[in-house]
Design a protein around this ligand. Structure first.
Ligand SMILES: [Zn+2]
Length: 273
């Protein structure tokens, strides 16, 4: 299987696993994942994917590390305060696993660069913290035919989705996209952000670990895809709910008569946080 001694040792617990094995581990080493945001969700996603030996990890973030990030953004350390998040993440990930190539994209994902950014990767994991980006990434991944594993967190709650509406399923249909569930971004100010309402730090780790698990499953082709369902975690009552979601034939993006065929609408919708 062409592993070094160190790799056999490092990935022994994966290679032992039914359904992963040397073949699965090789797939991970050859995979490229783009992670949007090196924040609360991006931190655990990046760290687990690096530890797992995902060969190439792209990180998109234009922000610098702030002291208020450290309560949950575990890829960054106190010494990194004031430095670009992509650089800080790259340093941590290199220390976790030298097998992994980290590509820092120190920019904001926009309608102008989204398709270019995404085209270099196999799968996208969205851990962004605003609706404008979440809709942009959904539309770009659908148009570029890239599987999207998306998570969202607020206060004590998390949501998790996998979207690959571009892909035909066994019955000749397809799964939903984000717009099938939420057709449009909510009016500004209607739903508070984590900066406004807060978020329990450890909850980001839980949601990001679930997100990393779904990314690894999609890369290896393991188990049952989360596509077609929405996973909701309520941290206060410790409940998971998996809600089945159907594609909307009237969806503006993936429906029968799509209106969104490029990213033009995001030129108006995109804005700085
Ligand atoms: Zn849709």
């Amino acid at each position: 299987m062409d592993f070094t001694e160190d790799q056999i040792h490092r990935y022994a617990r994966h290679i032992l696993l039914d359904g992963v094995g040397g073949v699965g581990q090789r797939k991970l080493l050859e995979s490229r994942v783009l992670v949007i945001g090196a924040g609360g969700l991006g931190s655990p996603v990046l760290m687990y994917l690096a530890a797992a030996g995902v060969g190439t990890l792209g990180v998109v973030d234009d922000d610098v590390v702030d002291l208020s990030n450290l309560q949950r953004q575990i890829v960054h350390s106190t010494a990194a305060v004031g430095t670009p998040k992509v650089e800080s993440a790259q340093k941590t990930l290199a220390a976790i696993n030298p097998d992994v190539t980290v590509i820092p994209h120190q920019e904001r994902i926009t309608a102008a660069n989204a398709l270019d950014l995404i085209s270099g990767y196999d799968i996208v994991a969205d851990g962004s913290d605003n609706f404008a980006t979440r809709f942009l990434v959904n539309d770009a991944c659908y148009l570029a035919k890239k599987t999207l594993v998306s998570a969202a967190i607020l206060k004590f709650d998390a949501q998790l989705y996998t979207f690959k509406a571009f892909e035909a399923d066994d019955e000749g249909g397809h799964g939903p996209c984000y717009r099938c569930i939420f057709p449009e971004p909510p009016p500004e100010g209607q739903i508070p952000t984590c900066a406004e309402a807060g978020v329990l730090g450890a909850l980001c780790g839980m949601a990001g670990s679930l997100q990393a698990t779904e990314v690894l499953k999609e890369l290896i082709g393991l188990g049952e895809s989360l596509s077609g369902a929405l996973m909701v975690y309520d941290g206060l009552s410790t409940t998971f709910r998996k809600i089945s979601v159907k594609p909307d034939p009237g969806c503006r993006l993936c429906g029968d008569s799509p209106e969104i065929t490029d990213l033009t609408i995001h030129k108006a919708e995109s804005r700085s946080p």
